[in-house]
Design a protein around this ligand. Structure first.
Ligand SMILES: [Zn+2]
Length: 70
């Protein structure tokens, strides 16, 4: 059985549904759950901690500013 625990508000959840990223977020506070199967602990998915939200520009595209000479 999969068990999930919210590190923020302490809520505990049980069920295989937590294998789905949609159910790896605490419904109370939106924090990613700490999910364990008894051996391994994985950090659940939360839209607030998703790396896809990273807004920093990619390093391979430097911003070039051209100087105009008159
Ligand atoms: Zn919570």
């Amino acid at each position: 059985m999969i068990e999930g625990k919210c590190p923020k508000c302490g809520s505990r959840y049980r069920g295989w549904a937590m294998l789905n990223p949609r159910h790896q977020t605490c419904p109370r506070c939106g924090t990613a759950l700490e999910i364990t199967d008894g051996e391994t602990v994985i950090e659940g998915y939360s839209p607030f901690t998703s790396p896809s939200i990273d807004v920093s520009p990619p390093p391979d595209k430097p911003i070039k500013r051209e100087k105009k000479k008159q």
